[in-house]
Design a protein around this ligand. Structure first.
Ligand code: 5GP
Length: 217
């Protein structure tokens, strides 16, 4: 993907005040600003769905990377279902769920655990896969997942991530379809969590320093 194809929200001027949007009271003290309002996320997903459908051939196995990717996956699949290819054909979808765990608190644990057995992975042989992830940070999780998937020889593998973090820790991996490039900060909301908190927040927000201090002691 060409970096100009994603929306860059890495600078301070991209942050919205909490007063400008509705944030549940139980999170008002815990986030410092809104980085991507829910409506902008939804509009961007329409465009990503259009790009995916335009570049797709044959039936598509859409794989949700749990847990953080579930909201993006649900909204993306809804949009893809509404669309047809340029030649007028509809896109046949099947849905799969992969649990991948790599983080404790807000730091990488180094290891990546994938929930599927070798037999379950074999189901992907010869299929067109679309992997749906919430965020690429270092890129380590996705590279490990792709290495594992390559062993079962899918016909094609494309990856979409709603977010990519601009960080010096990146291994250089860039997905095929990216929604937004974000700053090197820990973000929550739209199903992205901090120790299971904030999954019920609609906007993508930057966590407040005070919340982190309370959790990290
Ligand atoms: P990576 O292997 O690319 O460093 O990390 C990918 C995974 O780390 C994501 O799937 C996500 O679970 C978690 N992660 C990385 N950065 C963030 C962040 O800013 N917020 C949240 N909630 N999770 C993150």
């Amino acid at each position: 993907m060409n970096p100009v194809d994603w929306i860059d929200v890495t600078t301070e001027k991209n942050h919205y005040s909490l007063d400008h949007f509705v944030v549940p009271d139980h999170y008002e003290e815990d986030v410092s600003s809104i980085l991507i309002p829910h409506g902008v996320i939804m509009d961007r997903i329409k465009k990503l769905a259009r790009m995916i459908v335009d570049n797709s051939q044959g039936p598509l196995v859409v794989c949700c990377v749990l847990k953080g990717g579930h909201q993006y996956f649900a909204d993306l699949v809804d949009e893809i279902k509404k669309l047809r290819r340029i030649n007028g054909t509809s896109v046949q979808l099947s849905l799969e769920f992969i649990r991948v765990k790599s983080y404790m608190n807000d730091t990488s644990s180094g290891g990546v655990k994938i929930s599927l057995t070798d037999a379950e992975l074999q189901e992907f042989k010869g299929k067109n896969l679309l992997i749906v992830e919430d965020i690429i940070d270092t890129g380590a999780t996705m590279v490990k997942l792709l290495d594992r998937l390559a062993l079962v020889e899918p016909k094609s593998v494309r990856v979409t991530s709603l977010l990519i973090k601009k960080t010096y820790r990146s291994n250089g991996y860039i997905p095929d379809y990216v929604g937004f490039a974000i700053p090197d900060a820990f973000v929550v909301g739209y199903a992205l969590d901090y120790n299971e908190y904030f999954r019920d927040l609609d906007h993508i927000c930057v966590i407040s320093v005070s919340f982190k201090i309370i959790w990290d002691v």
